[in-house]
Design a protein around this ligand. Sequence first.
Ligand code: BGC
Length: 736
Amino acid sequence: MIDTKNETISEKVTLLLSKMTIEEKVGQMNQYNGFWDVTGPTPQNGNAKKKYEHLRKGWVGSMLNVRGTENVREVQRIAVEESRLGIPLIIGFDVIHGYKTLSPIPIAESASWDLKAIENSARVAATEASAAGINWTFAPMVDISRDPRWGRVMEGGGEDPFLGSKIAQARVKGFQGDDLSKPNTIAACAKHFAAYGFSEAGKEYNSVDIGTSTLYNVVLPPFKAAVDSNVKTLMNSFNELNGVPVTGSSFLQREILKGKWNFNGFVVSDWASMRELIEWGHAKDKKEAAKIAATAGSDMDMEGYVYIEELAKLVKDGTIKESILDDAVRRILTVKYELGLFDNPFLYCDETNEKEQIGNEAHHEAVLDVAKKSIVLLKNENNLLPLKKSGQKIALIGPLANDKNSPLGSWRLASDDNTAVSVYEGLSKYKENTLSFEKGIDLIEGNTSFTQPLKVNNTINTSEINKALQIAKNADVVVMVLGEHGFQSGEARSRTEIDLPGRQQELLEKVYEVNKNIVLVLNNGRPLAIEWADKNIPAIVEAWQLGTQTGNAVAEVLYGDYNPSGKLPMTFPRNLGQVPIYYNHKSTGRPNPENNVFWSHYIDSENSPLYPFGYGLSYTTFKYSDFKVHNKKASINEDIKISVKVSNTGNYDGKEVVQLYIRDLFGSITRPVKELKGFELIELKKGESKVIDFTLTKNELGFFNNQGEYIIEPGDFEVFVGGNSAENLKETFVLE
Ligand code: BGC
């Protein structure tokens, strides 16, 4: 069927392009930061006066970090009323996990494995952001990462390409909705293209050296999934990949994205990443940087001053063809048309709607819902949890226990400081227990901010510790809230240790000496190495940074009003030395213990992680049985039908993420020991059983070879099902 709407847009774009000067075309490819928030190195050349002047000339296609209907209206007014052609701006912002009302940080939400809840969370974020004038979010981040040292794992979907792809699609759908021209839907941006999550040693902005197999099979699939979901834009990244800074990579942007995948949206650079081609030693000056980036298919320059200063000259002197500009501008204008901006440039600037939507009560309910679903129960010895609701003395201890700021997490420029419900406030609502609180120690010295480094407190105040020990001694149960401050993960927050920062481990051990009945609630933006806690502390709850409703979500889980159902989207190592550790690793040639030392292992640590990918407990228990592969011999084009019975064998109603993994035993490119290829989140009443069906199709049974071709090879497969990646029932099938 011919899409007449797009035909019309295409014709309109052609007509508009024919009227544009080279400078105006370059202008559409130029994005300036606004005048308030800064999310990268301070701009070198841009001052407000110059930016206004360029707006008037039609030399700005987009602005980021302008928010609020009043501010957006003003810059938009200049663009449409004062520039020659009146082309509206597209207004970008990092709506990463909510706008004002915050959902859990993305890694936390990913732990819900609840695609509907994730989509809904993005919908809420889009509703608030669009009401504040924004029509383009720089999300979702779909970078797969295996390295918890990298601070930005908090922003992604974890380590697995299959789960990551599903989450990418859910988020794109949540932001973009079904009709982009509606005033409450915004363009999404899959970032960072590509391989940023593999920064060497987890160090921010670092080089990446990975093989083609990892690129095609692990890094690219979530981007492809986003493109298949009609994501309107992609952002490239700060890293180089195998020697080429990706902002200048024709291979990634022209050959794969716009070639093989036929992507027809546009690519924005990351903040000044075009200019950084010079720092990388890839371009000798801005002129060369502009040439490389434009030729490579980077369509818009974010706060880099490279296109605006150099691109027109390069076209005029014949160094690059004007058709490169035409292609980029066509892409950008098309998205603006699709957003409805040409029909009404002030579509997203309705002050009444802004007042109604920002912080709306329904949004609080929605983020509470996804916050509960994001919590992962890591350990629950002797059923210490859920807590009894009356007659208990609860001691709440820890520097994060009454913090209203840290639970908001990183990336929350539009929210107000200190607006999270703290764990203390959440637990206080259960009034039939006695709750006392002592922080014990401070985690951070001084102020915290998104742009400045923070200082971890390494001192101990004995009298504070003693107060904490005192309440611990007298308590039936101690709840300790420890972990990372919200600004210890996120961009430019790489760590070389992944333990409990500051003196928290010491506090934990001291409290343990006086009362062993401890529930450890972790707040963190990355997997932490907590081997001591796992060995000694009876109950451990992974509560990440859960956003505005943090304390209410944690309290509902601790008291059993919500039975935890989250599963880890990233492996938790025993120690830093195991990193990178991930479930879908290769076999090696010596995978099994030998009666001598010559097998693949460490001499000072087990190979297994502390908690595997996909792991998470519930207050109830589930049993898997009757695992069947219905066609154990199949031709290469046939689907494989699988079923398994899951029973709730415990004392609570509960939810379980039923996970399906395969192993292709022999491949022309060796295959991982396990690969997630299906999952279903089910709800079972106590005593209830359900049969769950899975189908493996050609989309799940193959892989990419080193030429980037998708192939399915005949041979023997194993298939596993279970509640995490390590404990599974096993069956086999053969593809002929
Ligand atoms: C980040 C991007 C972000 C951009 C704009 C950069 O520093 O890497 O993810 O979207 O800033 O704020």
